[in-house]
Ligand binder design. Structure first.
Ligand SMILES: NC(=O)c1ccc[n+]([C@@H]2O[C@H](COP(=O)([O-])OP(=O)(O)OC[C@H]3O[C@@H](n4cnc5c(N)ncnc54)[C@H](OP(=O)(O)O)[C@@H]3O)[C@@H](O)[C@H]2O)c1
Length: 241
């Protein structure tokens, strides 16, 4: 039985880059579990480039989906690393248009899912007193952009849960950190109209969107640095300054 690194949303742009980098940097010591929800083709393409990896389908907004992921991982080995990367940013709704159904959708995916995955994976990691969890937040946790109220609330709460779990799990030998990307070139941002992209770039000190690989570098740093706990690492080109 091997030690496993789970990356949720590995069918997406940032998750795929994280999975590839963990495989490369761990020199194959960690077996990659590549989670996806709807995009099987993308997950299998990523898996084809990572020897020994396996894919698991699950809707993580439901308790059944989260259990399916945990069970699939335990059938293969011991979880050492969990990267809570899966997330959604839509629907975009101006503050006065916020809808209760949208609240459920965004909070279930961006907060409920990583929170309960942390709880359940950490119980398994605690048996070995070894493990690290990295949550993928967003610069929007601390920045107002029209239409992003529910998204930023979900990510701000995820950062609070990161610090809470870091505090409570540290004594058990586990670490919990987060990375907070700025605007990154993935499917999530591909539909932003050109005039809005230009306005966003003006707000970034480095003047550009980032790459999924840049986010993956920060996730790997959080995994590797054994004295990092409860940190939220901004990888946003200076957008949050
Ligand atoms: N791109 C950015 O500018 C940016 C900036 C800051 C933070 N982030 C965060 O980075 C993370 C990854 O974003 P990305 O840009 O890589 O987006 P993406 O390419 O759209 O990928 C999103 C991933 O989340 C998965 N997912 C969505 N809903 C799910 C559900 N209910 N259950 C399980 N999985 C679900 C998708 O799975 P399927 O495709 O298989 O359905 C996909 O793998 C997200 O948490 C996002 O909030 C992104």
């Amino acid at each position: 039985m091997s030690e496993i690194a789970v990356v949720t949303g590995a069918s997406g742009g940032i998750g795929a880059a994280i999975a590839r980098l963990i495989h490369e940097k761990s020199e194959g010591q960690l077996t990659l579990c590549l989670h996806y929800n709807g995009n099987k083709e993308a997950a299998e393409k990523v898996s084809a480039g990572i020897p020994g990896s396996f894919v698991v389908k699950a809707d993580l907004s439901s308790a059944d989906g989260r259990k399916a992921l945990l069970d699939a991982v335990l059938a293969k080995g011991t979880p050492y690393c969990l990267v809570n990367n899966a997330g959604i940013d839509k629907p975009h709704e101006p503050a006065l248009m916020i809808d209760e159904a949208s609240f459920d959708k965004i909070v279930d995916t961006n907060l409920r899912a990583p929170l309960f995955l942390m709880r359940d994976f950490a119980k398994e990691m605690a048996r070995n007193e070894a493990g690290v969890i990295v949550n993928v937040s967003s610069v929007l946790a601390r920045k107002a952009v029209v239409g992003s109220a529910l998204y930023r609330a979900s990510k701000a709460a995820l950062e609070a849960m990161t610090r809470q779990f870091a505090s409570e799990l540290g004594p058990k030998g586990l670490r919990v950190c987060a990375v907070a990307p700025g605007f990154i070139e993935t499917a999530m941002t591909a539909s932003i109209p050109e005039d809005q992209r230009a306005a966003i770039k003006k707000d970034v000190a480095l003047g550009s969107f980032g790459t999924p690989e840049a986010v993956a570098e920060s996730v790997w740093h959080a995994i590797e640095n054994q004295y990092l706990n409860g940190a939220v690492i901004a990888v946003d080109g200076g957008m949050s300054l």
